[in-house]
Design a binder for this molecule. Structure first.
Ligand code: NAD
Length: 294
C-alpha cells in the first residue's frame, strides 16, 4: 500500500536537530544565527508563510527580525532595507518574501542580497554555484524535496527523475540537485509536447507546475515516488481548500510513496531555510569579512 510521507514530522525532527547544534555552537561562543525576513505589502498568504518561517526559526534558536514595508513602497526604500541588512553582523540570512508587488523588481532585489546571506539561494551566484557542482546555499524547496527522496531511496544513482516545471525557484534547481545525485533527469514544462509520456517513465516524479491536480494516475508509473510541490488555493463547494499539482486520491492508488498537500513539501521548505541560515552563519563565522566591504 502507498506510503504517505509525513513532511511535517520530518521537518520537526530536522528543526530540533538544528536547534541542538545551534545551542552547542552558542555555548562554545559562536554568534547566534540571525535571520531577516523582508515582507512587502499585505498579501495574506505571504504573511502566513513569513509567520511560519519566524516561528520555526525561533524553535531552532535562530534569532529573527521581520522588516515590513508598505504595499506602495518604492524600489529605493526596499533596496535600502536589504543594503542595511547586508551590512549587519548579527544577520546571517536574508530573504525577501515573494511575490513582490508588481511595481518592484524581483530580479533587482535578488541580485542585491549578499550571496553569502542568500538563504533562499536565488542569487545568480548561488544558482551558478549549484549548476556547476559547487553549491553553497541551495533553494529551500528543492533541498527539502531531495531530503525526502534520500530518506525514501537512500542512494538515488541511476533513477529516472522527471521534474514538471522549470522555474528558477523550484524546477531548475531541483533538476540540478537530482543530476548531482546521479539521477537521469528530464524536465517538462508548459511548452513540452510529451509531458505525460515522459512522466510515465519516472521513478521519481516531482510536480512543480502550479496547476491544480495536473498529474493524474495516467502520468505515473506503478511504484514511483511522487513529490507534490504545488500549493494551489481553490474553492470546492464554496470551501477554500489547498490542493497540490497532483491528484492525490488517484495517484496514491498507483505509486509507492507520495507527499500530501498540505503537510508534505511545505514544512520541508521551512526546515531547509533554517538549515541554510545555520550554514550561512557558520560560513560567515569562519571567514569574517571587513565591515563595509560586504
Ligand atoms: P512558476 O509558475 O514559476 O513555474 C511553473 C512551471 O510549471 C513553469 O516552468 C511552467 O512551464 C510549468 N508548467 C505550467 N503548466 C504546465 C503544464 N500544464 N505542464 C507542464 N509544465 C507546466 O511556479 P513555481 O514558483 O515553480 O511554483 C510551482 C508550484 O509550487 C506552485 O503551485 C507554487 O505555489 C508551489 N510552491 C510551493 C512551495 C513549497 O514550499 N511547497 C515553494 C514554492 C512554490
Amino acid at each position: 500500500s502507498v506510503k504517505v510521507i509525513n513532511g511535517r514530522e520530518i521537518s520537526d525532527n530536522l528543526i530540533e536537530e538544528i536547534g541542538r547544534e545551534i545551542a552547542i555552537r552558542v555555548e562554545q561562543g559562536h554568534p547566534r544565527p540571525g535571520l531577516a525576513v523582508v515582507l512587502v505589502g499585505d498579501d495574506p498568504a505571504s504573511a502566513i508563510y513569513v509567520r511560519n518561517k519566524i516561528r520555526s526559526a525561533e524553535k531552532a534558536g535562530v534569532s529573527s527580525v521581520v522588516k515590513r514595508l508598505e504595499q506602495d513602497c518604492t524600489q529605493q526604500e526596499l533596496d535600502e532595507v536589504v543594503t542595511e541588512l547586508n551590512a549587519r553582523d548579527d544577520i546571517h540570512g536574508i530573504l525577501v518574501q515573494l511575490p513582490l508587488p508588481r511595481h518592484l523588481s524581483e530580479d533587482r532585489i535578488l541580485n542585491l542580497i549578499d550571496p553569502d546571506k542568500d538563504v533562499d539561494g536565488f542569487h545568480p551566484i548561488n544558482a551558478g554555484l549549484l549548476a556547476s557542482g559547487q553549491a553553497k546555499l541551495i533553494p529551500c524547496t528543492p533541498l527539502g524535496c531531495l531530503e525526502i527522496l534520500q530518506r525514501e531511496f537512500g542512494d538515488l544513482t541511476g533513477k529516472h527523475a522527471v521534474v514538471v516545471g522549470r522555474s528558477n525557484i523550484v524546477g531548475k534547481p531541483m533538476a540540478s540537485l537530482l543530476l548531482q545525485a546521479d539521477c537521469t533527469v528530464s524536465i517538462v514544462h508548459s511548452k513540452s509536447v510529451a509531458a505525460e509520456s515522459l512522466c510515465q517513465q519516472a521513478d521519481i516524479l516531482v510536480a512543480a507546475a502550479g496547476v491544480p491536480e495536473l498529474v493524474t494516475d495516467k502520468w505515473v508509473k506503478p511504484g514511483a515516488v511522487v513529490i507534490d510541490v504545488g500549493i494551489n488555493a481553490t474553492e470546492i463547494d464554496g470551501q477554500r481548500k489547498l490542493v497540490g499539482d497532483v491528484n492525490f486520491d488517484d495517484v496514491a492508488e498507483k505509486c509507492r510513496a507520495i507527499t500530501p498537500v498540505p503537510g508534505g513539501v511545505g514544512p520541508m521548505t521551512i526546515a531547509s531555510l533554517i538549515k541554510n541560515t545555520l550554514v550561512a552563519a557558520k560560513q560567515l563565522d569562519a571567514e569574517p569579512q571587513a565591515v563595509g566591504l560586504r
